[in-house]
Design a protein around this ligand. Sequence first.
Ligand code: AMP
Length: 418
Amino acid sequence: MIPAIRGTHDILPGEVEKWQHVERVARSLCDRFGYVEIRTPVIEREELFSKGTGETTDIVQKEMYSFTDKGGDRITLRPEATPSMVRAYVEHSLEHALPSTKIYSMGPMFRYERPQKGRYRQFHQLDVEVFGLHDPAIDAEVIDLAWSLVSELGISETEVVINSVGCADCRPKFQAALLAALGDDLPKLCQDCQRRAITNPLRIYDCKVPADQPIIDRLPHSVDYLDEKCAVHFTAVRGHLDTWGIPWRLSHRLVRGLDYYTRTTFEILGQTLGAQNALLGGGRYDGLVKSLGGPDRTGIGFAAGLERLVMALPEHATMAATPRAFVGAIGDEPRVDALRLLRELRMAGLAASMEFEGRSLKAQMKRADRLGARVVLLIGADELAKGEVTVRDMRNSEQRAVPRADVVAATRALLEGQ
Ligand code: AMP
């Protein structure tokens, strides 16, 4: 046996229904909020991520699956969707092609991380992006979509955390204050933080090393360094959230270091998930489209981990299977008609199965049971002679003879009735 690669996983029946449920709710919400789906390739040029995700990030420095293809090009399995979404937006001039540039995508991402509960090397994200809109109401709408997703999935014990990291004008002042506040404490921080202090100081706030925390807790807060415009924007975002009854908490630690991240950042945390507790995260990145060669357009979005949403679903979440009919036949001649009936049911849009191997009635009924069939249709020599089918409602075991011509309609009534 050749096992699956570490950090990847099969999604099998029993589990896959939960995935379909999460995907259905996500699509339905995106549709209601006015987002249209796009699908981008899993492979992209490596430079899209070194530029788009950022040279100094852990993703680019340590986690990318990159290789040289047979033509000599550097290729990367996408570690996140945003750079691909921006590329597609620019490459196809979507701002002109679409009535509004609110787009979403779902699919696998790849990061060479240390696998653990809630963290995989191939995982899946719902990615939502809005281009070209500045209004704080759109920041709040994106957070509302994320919040509605988690709520509609019935995931409780969640927390919305938000922050503002300012813009290219006010962030240098914050960064200077941060380095000044670190001062003599810098050598006491972990190696990663010391490196970050040089390459990307804001990322020090992401540090999880316990010994560093007392020092990091004393560092300045980005919201105290916002310029007038950024402060007004952030106040408006919080105002909308309050008006719409979406609870939030300010987290000074929610800081994205890269230059193109601006203003609003947010995450939704799940309390039941353990160490990997971020269900989703996002923010505004007003400089990214331009830095990837596009027009000067704002951007805001989030990515939700589908594995984590599935893990956080409540126990009782019902993923009802499609009601199904089962066709049973006794004897060779009835079997020919049973196969014909099976096709008729399927062509009429109904879910229907038959037993192909075990021929005894007992074996067929056993299969019907395992499949959870709601209706069993039986054809024997008797039925065939009379031009009828025995229709059994498995919920109450009542059965009756139905003329062959009416069987599909009778089955539909039983499958679609309550
Ligand atoms: P990020 O793209 O790192 O901001 O992550 C957005 C969301 O994707 C997180 O909140 C997680 O839900 C999910 N996620 C990120 N990395 C992984 C991973 N390695 N395994 C599973 N889910 C992940």
